[in-house]
Design a protein around this ligand. Structure first.
Ligand code: 13P
Length: 254
């Protein structure tokens, strides 16, 4: 039995005020009922978020982490610093970081390990572009992204990790993967990790990201290998995000 998981990736949105209001609404209205809920605000709002979330069941995550431990790395944020703000999770390898900030598989694997070394759970994002899908390369690309981390970190590092399958063409486009398309890739990811260790593969939470909304969450989460979602735009609205979380709880209870 895998606990459903829903995380909100706020990306570079909002203000200190709007972040505070969103968190307060989530804390007020979230009724934990089996799903794990995580919010990932921008770094600069983590301190406020930590205070607001104290005593609530909602966990805090960051959107990125440095692969380095400390030192002369201007603009970077170390895993130890995330620990200072009670971050339980950190997103690594988001396609926006891969595409816009030049992060490669090796980089992503090092970030994954920087997090797990300190007990911060990585949310490892993998996914293909539309070009790669059209060229029939979806499985190869996702497998390469996954293998880079499996080989560097070892399968045991996946015990506490979450994998997010986020097809790049579905992110922020309103074009969600169909439940069948997503399920096929989630199954492939689970099989791949399962080849390295069957128990870890079975227990691994694999969540879907890419234009998840209150209206399509239930059918996605009903698929056998989809254990929840990594939510962008819809996580900026408390009511929508809570709705999505409820869909994950219901799917988990079935
Ligand atoms: P959207 O939900 O806005 O498509 O973003 C998905 C995403 O990138 C989450 O990390």
């Amino acid at each position: 039995m895998r606990q459903p998981f829903v995380a909100g990736n706020w990306k570079m949105n909002g203000s200190r005020d709007s972040a505070g209001q969103l968190l307060e609404a989530l804390v007020r209205d979230f009724q934990p009922n089996g799903a794990e809920m995580v919010v990932c605000p921008p770094f600069v709002y983590l301190a406020d978020a930590m205070r607001t979330l104290r005593g609530s069941a909602i966990k805090l995550g960051a959107q990125n982490v440095s692969a380095e431990e400390s030192g002369a790395f201007t603009g970077e944020v170390a895993a130890t610093m995330l620990q200072d703000f009670d971050c339980s999770y950190v997103i690594v390898g988001h396609s926006e970081r891969r595409q816009l900030f030049g992060e490669d598989d090796e980089n992503v694997a090092r970030k994954f390990m920087a997090a797990t070394r300190l007990g911060i759970r990585p949310i490892l994002c993998v996914g293909e572009t539309l070009e790669q899908r059209d060229a029939g390369e979806t499985e190869t690309v996702v497998r390469r992204q996954l293998d880079a981390v499996l080989e560097a970190a070892g399968v045991h590092a996946f015990v506490d990790a979450v994998v997010a399958y986020e097809p790049v063409w579905a992110i922020g486009t309103g074009q969600t993967a169909t439940p069948d398309q997503a399920q096929a890739m989630h199954e492939a990811i689970r099989t791949r990790v399962g080849e390295a260790d069957g128990t870890i593969g079975d227990r691994l939470r694999i969540v879907y990201g890419g234009s998840v909304k209150a209206g399509n969450a239930a059918e996605l989460f009903a698929m056998p290998d989809i254990d929840g979602g990594l939510i962008g735009g819809a996580s900026l609205d408390a009511e929508n995000f809570l709705d999505i979380c409820q869909s994950a709880e219901k799917a988990g209870a079935n």
